[in-house]
Ligand binder design. Sequence first.
Ligand code: ADP
Ligand code: MG
Length: 220
Amino acid sequence: MTGEPLRADRLYRFYRAGDEETLALQGVSLTVSKGEVVAVVGPSGAGKSTLLACLTGLDEPTGGTVWLGARRLSHQPEALRARLRARQIGVVTQAGNLFGHLSVLDNVKMVQRLGGASNGDAHGLLESLGIAARGGAYPPELSGGESSRAGLAVALANDPPVLVADEPTGELDEATEQTLLILLRQRADQGKAVLIASHSAAVRRSADRVLTLRDGKLAA
Ligand code: ADP
Ligand code: MG
């Protein structure tokens, strides 16, 4: 079909534990275009994290297909999924994606090496996010706002066309949340596709499109 950066076609994800079956995703289809910020909202347990894990290749859907541009991400060998993820998707999580024993700058450089872009301008990236002065700091030394910028720097290390964030503002104060949302919007303005799962009203307001997930299904 099209060259949309991120596309999901009828995703299903079932979890089974003994006799219990949880239908976490029940036929979710979505597209995120270049330049677009899309929010996925819904109550806790609706399936947001499961959806994002499938979209980033961290998890495999039970059924359905995830496409990154013209490349199929789902139902591929783990090593290929990891390679596609490293190059094409920036993942921002609430828990953070930083290694505590590496400085902020080294965290970014390591991710650039993994993505095959060892000549990336890590310092310039930190500058663009307003956190260059903290490049030598270790993650446990960072404030909440600095952590969120550093986490974003790691997600952007390989300049991915797709950025996916799971509750990225969950633990941030309002001002820091606003700053992060502005940075995500700037990415979209640079032609990237941005998907944010959240139940924050500010995230909802900042999005071009809001998708509501409930019991594993998108509301019409
Ligand atoms: P959200 O992020 O919207 O809160 P989740 O995607 O985390 O929702 O969870 C969706 C449903 O799938 C919930 O009912 C949750 O309990 C279940 N679930 C999530 N992960 C697992 C797992 N690894 N094993 C079993 N059930 C799971
Ligand atoms: Mg979640």
